[in-house]
Design a binder for this molecule. Structure first.
Ligand SMILES: Cc1cc2nc3c(=O)[nH]c(=O)nc-3n(C[C@H](O)[C@H](O)[C@H](O)COP(=O)(O)OP(=O)(O)OC[C@H]3O[C@@H](n4cnc5c(N)ncnc54)[C@H](O)[C@@H]3O)c2cc1C
Length: 450
């Protein structure tokens, strides 16, 4: 069943032929991004200078855009990608690195809004997405510290009770076995914090170095024949004609098919897409290397997040740091003192870190959709959009690129699980940010009191 707010074709036909707006590339901090500092500086790619004609033109060098380029180039199409800054500049090079099955919306919410058939199809997609990440790292020899194991932690007895039901539901309705419910004592053996009272452990949900992964994918795409241009912000798009164009200040890329993968970093360049997504700031800090003291926090190399709505997440790095993420700012702005604000949260969870130095602190934009369901598919003839992963996109954005590529190559069923989802815009016009900030304050209160 579709919501009253769902996507209508008339929305599109009203949009102007040439959508022109300043590319609004966020300045959300990357100056102290641990992922950047832990990798060698890559050779710079050239920017687009002049005109280029290809089969498929892609905007955006994150998981979604790069995966599309890879899967199309492997099948022999001529494909080129324009990235405003450098590959992985957006959320793909800033995230928590948790490669989790499932969707941000939650299966129960998806089932209530869209029916069990859709929920089952999307769950299967999410499991396939995790597996695709594994296969891509193996097939292309991408060295990105992929390590299996993720736990969701109960902050309240209510969460813990829910884990047993969730495990049974996933096994019974979705055929997903192998989950373990950890008692409070079992959870504290692995995650050495008094904050948590149990866990739901998934041995088949890895974590990885996301920037190394996206850079590896980009290298694989270029090896397969794709062209990637960096420092090439698209400032205007012509999409209402058979041959479409992405325009930059210094050139233009023409193609019969466009793929728009700018996600939360694209600003208002495509008003139809912007109306259906809210950029939300989230932040991460990294501690100094802890040596053997990392064992005072985590006794397994797994990733963890709590079961709150506004959640904390953390994991160890191979060089013995703790990466700790959280905060969600619906105004799209990060706090001016990320290390101070997030450091306090981290020490609340792990008082053992009272004297530990934070060496890196950075923010990024999460692409929230109204129902936290992804928007993956055609927004008009031969113009594809991927966004709305809602903080759960490491695996799904990678798969969405593969699915969009398959559709362009003629597989009419490749996007059918996503076509079943409504595509509502956010209500509220100019007041929508204020509404969301108030909504978020209420969710935080719910985390505290409910
Ligand atoms: C702090 C944080 C933590 C997260 N943690 C997790 C996690 O642990 N697990 C998980 O599954 N998900 C997580 N996510 C979400 C996940 O990172 C995203 O869903 C995913 O990276 C989206 O990939 P993408 O390719 O769609 O977009 P992006 O990676 O944002 O890529 C979009 C790219 O488009 C470019 N671009 C934008 N506009 C233009 C333009 N006009 N011209 C040219 N290029 C343009 C941008 O520069 C950017 O590089 C997190 C996100 C954040 C911010």
């Amino acid at each position: 069943m579709r919501s009253k707010l769902s996507f209508r074709l008339s929305d599109i036909s009203r949009s102007p032929t040439i959508l022109q707006a300043e590319a609004h590339i966020s300045t959300v901090s990357d100056s102290a991004n641990f992922y950047i500092s832990s990798l060698p500086t890559p050779a710079p790619r050239s920017s687009l200078d002049g005109n280029l004609e290809v089969d498929v033109a892609i905007l955006g060098g994150g998981f979604a855009g790069v995966s599309t380029a890879l899967h199309l180039a492997e099948r022999g199409l001529s494909v080129a990608l324009l990235e405003a800054k450098t590959v992985g500049f957006g959320a793909s090079g800033r995230n928590g690195g948790q490669v989790l099955p499932g969707l941000s919306a939650g299966l129960d919410g998806i089932a209530k809004r869209n029916g069990m058939k859709v929920a089952r199809a999307l769950w299967d997609e999410s499991v396939e997405a995790v597996d695709l990440v594994r296969r891509l790292t193996q097939r292309h020899g991408i060295s990105c510290d992929l390590t299996e194991g993720a736990v969701t932690l109960a902050v309240k007895p209510k969460h813990f009770k829910g884990f047993t039901e969730e495990k049974a539901w996933l096994e019974g309705e979705f055929g997903y076995g192998g989950l373990e419910v950890w008692s409070p004592e079992e959870a504290r053996v692995v995650v050495r914090s008094q904050r948590y009272c149990g866990g739901l452990y998934d041995p088949r949900a890895p974590h990885l170095h996301p920037l190394a992964f996206v850079r590896g994918l980009a290298f694989a795409a270029e090896t397969a024949g794709a062209r990637i241009f960096e420092n090439s912000p698209v400032t205007a798009i012509e999409m209402d004609r058979p041959v479409k164009r992405l325009l930059t200040g210094k050139g233009a890329m023409s193609a019969r098919t466009l793929v728009l993968a700018g996600n939360a970093y694209i600003g208002k360049l495509v008003p139809w897409a912007a109306a259906r997504m809210m950029p939300v700031a989230s932040c991460i800090v990294a501690t100094e290397p802890l040596g053997s003291r990392i064992g005072d926090l985590l006794t397994k190399s797994i990733s963890a997040c709590d079961a709150n709505i506004v959640l904390d997440y953390f994991r160890p790095t191979p060089d013995g740091r703790l990466l700790f993420g959280g905060l969600a700012n619906y105004s799209g702005r990060e706090p001016s003192d990320i290390a101070g604000v997030l450091g306090r949260r981290m020490r609340h969870v792990f008082p053992q870190l009272a004297q530990t130095r934070i060496t890196h602190a950075w923010g990024g934009l999460i692409d929230i959709s109204l129902y936290r369901e992804p928007l993956i598919g055609a927004m008009k003839d031969q113009v594809f959009v991927m966004q709305g992963f809602s903080g759960h996109g490491v695996a799904l954005a990678t798969l969405s690129g593969q699915r969009v590529a398959a559709t362009i190559l003629g597989d009419e069923a490749a996007l059918s699980p996503y076509d079943a989802l409504p595509r509502p815009s956010f209500p509220g016009g100019p007041l929508r940010t204020l509404g969301l900030v108030l909504g978020m304050a209420m969710l935080k209160m719910k985390d505290r009191w409910a």
